[in-house]
Design a protein around this ligand. Structure first.
Ligand code: UN1
Length: 503
């Protein structure tokens, strides 16, 4: 199948028209060449309020359907996604600039989480617990909680929504989605496809899945609305710091997936060829714009020179350019602001006397208005504030270590705690890395890079990453409310803790 590289042909292939959205002044530009692909009308505060009321209503109906029926809707949605994988992948590439292979991967990630949720629809287990009182039973029930607000970032414009939406839907919740202002078209298109599956399903309430279009003020309206008990937000730590107190002030629940400063420790026993491949994918893939991007390399001094030489050589072979081109591995940064932040970090690195390799702008013929960069390697001698700060661009800071405890200390000595990994063939080092005194991140890998997680595990991290868990394992519990229920099936009324309280 030929790749579709412009919005009209993508919409055509999906049988959608640009009338899908009202025209307005929110300009959406493709990072590929900066050209305008759409101009949308943001929702007014009254429209947002109305959508919240509708979400509440939809929730009231949806929660009454048995969970396995709810799973059936996701089975239908996964079929829709399978049928349109290439087209949707192309839309992701067009709107956020990641290479087409990664656009396809992102759609696959949506399909995977839908499949997961279908199975989950027959699980959602509660517990039974032994009661201390004779003739009593204790049990836990999990019930739908209410509309879930999903705030997603430009870098995974559809997959991260799907992690949240698939779980929320199977758990009996409605969803209000606030996509990044940079990638609203993918959101509107996904929701149209979702509505198609709702139609085939038949019994779904009309406003089960809604999108709100707007800026930070629109987001703020969503997070302060008491009708939305759960807010799942993905983005920068700065965004999380603004969102979390607002949600806490109304005793809502936050699922936060914020910044990362993911590292790899490379030990003397590591398979260097394997490590090299993992480093390149994790550090430069998605142009360094994943939460899980490899940002710090902590290398044993005995292999430092060898690894950095190989790495510099590998970086020289990386092809940068149009993300639709098969041979290209790095597309553009999201916008020139991202490029300016990268420049500022590299200037800071040079001022600290660190050796900087790469990092310059790349002119791509015909795409001059896109922000293309050569990925950078920075030989940082210290883990200073610059290295501790997440810059959302392909900059890899390299540090060296002498002994393993020093490597672990360096590894954990950053504010963020999302993903991490170690390359080693030493069993003891690997186990220590996974132990209580090892990596303090939510994700810890052995002999694979920190990015590219599968949906089956819980995804998220500690410290400035926000503590939330999305996607697999038991992350579904974040989208439900728990009831502890005690039943007395005796003719007595014994009190817990042996308290006597007789008339
Ligand atoms: C993100 O960057 O917000 O593990 C999500 C990964 C992807 C998801 C990244 N599966 O890299």
């Amino acid at each position: 199948m030929e790749k579709l590289t412009n919005l009209n042909s993508i919409l055509d292939a999906l049988d959608l028209s640009p009338q899908l959205w009202a025209a307005g002044d929110l300009e959406v530009r493709t990072p590929i060449d900066g050209s305008l692909i759409a101009a949308l009308k943001p929702d007014s505060p009254a429209q947002v309020g109305d959508k919240m009321a509708r979400a509440r209503q939809a929730f009231g109906a949806w929660r009454m359907l048995p969970a396995p029926w709810r799973g059936e809707l996701l089975r239908l949605f996964a079929a829709e996604l399978r049928a349109h994988k290439q087209t949707l992948g192309a839309l992701v590439t067009l709107e956020c600039g990641k290479i087409y292979q990664e656009g396809l991967g992102e759609v696959q990630e949506m399909i995977d989480i839908c499949d997961f949720a279908v199975g989950l629809s027959r699980q959602l287990y509660g517990l039974t617990l032994p009661s201390e009182r004779p003739g009593h039973k204790m049990a836990e029930y999990w019930h739908p909680i209410g509309p879930v607000g999903v705030i997603s970032a430009f870098n995974f414009p559809v997959a991260v929504w799907a992690w949240n939406a698939a779980l929320a839907i199977v758990c009996g919740d409605s969803v209000v989605w606030k996509p990044s202002e940079k990638t609203p078209v993918s959101a509107l298109v996904c929701v149209e496809l979702f509505k198609r599956s709702m139609k085939s399903f038949g019994a779904a309430p009309a406003d089960l899945m809604q999108v709100i279009i707007g800026d930070a003020a629109t987001g703020q309206q969503l997070v302060t609305d008491p009708r939305v008990p759960v807010i799942s937000a993905t983005g920068s730590t700065r965004m999380g710091r603004a969102v979390a107190p607002l949600v806490a002030a109304r005793f809502g629940r936050c699922i936060l997936e914020l910044g990362g400063n993911n590292a790899m420790i490379v030990t003397p026993s590591a398979d260097l060829e394997l490590a090299l491949r993992a480093i390149v994918f994790a550090a430069v893939g998605t142009a360094g714009q994943r939460c899980t991007t490899l940002r710090r390399l902590i290398v044993h001094e005995s292999i430092y020179h060898d690894l950095i030489t190989k790495l510099k050589r590998a970086y020289k072979q990386i092809r940068i350019g149009n993300p639709f081109a098969d041979e290209v591995l790095i597309g553009p940064l999201i916008d020139s602001n991202a490029g300016a932040l990268m420049d500022a970090a590299l200037t800071g690195a040079a001022q600290s006397g660190y050796q900087v390799h790469g990092g310059s702008r790349v002119e791509v013929a015909g795409l001059e208005a896109g922000c293309y960069v050569r990925p950078a390697i920075v030989e940082a001698r210290h883990q200073d504030d610059l290295v501790r700060t997440e810059t959302f661009a392909p900059i890899l800071y390299v540090l060296s270590y002498k002994d393993f405890d020093e490597a672990l200390a360096l590894h954990n000595d950053v504010p963020q705690g999302l993903s991490s990994c170690i390359f080693t063939r030493d069993l003891l080092e690997a186990e220590i890395f996974l132990s209580a005194r090892g990596s303090d991140c939510g994700i810890a890998n052995i002999n694979i890079g920190p990015s590219g997680a599968e949906i089956g595990g819980a995804f998220g991290g500690e410290k400035d990453t926000g503590g939330g868990r999305e996607s697999g394992s038991d992350a579904w519990k974040g989208y439900m409310r728990r009831v502890t229920a005690t039943t007395n099936y005796s003719h007595e009324l014994p009190l817990a803790q042996g308290i006597r309280f007789d008339l």
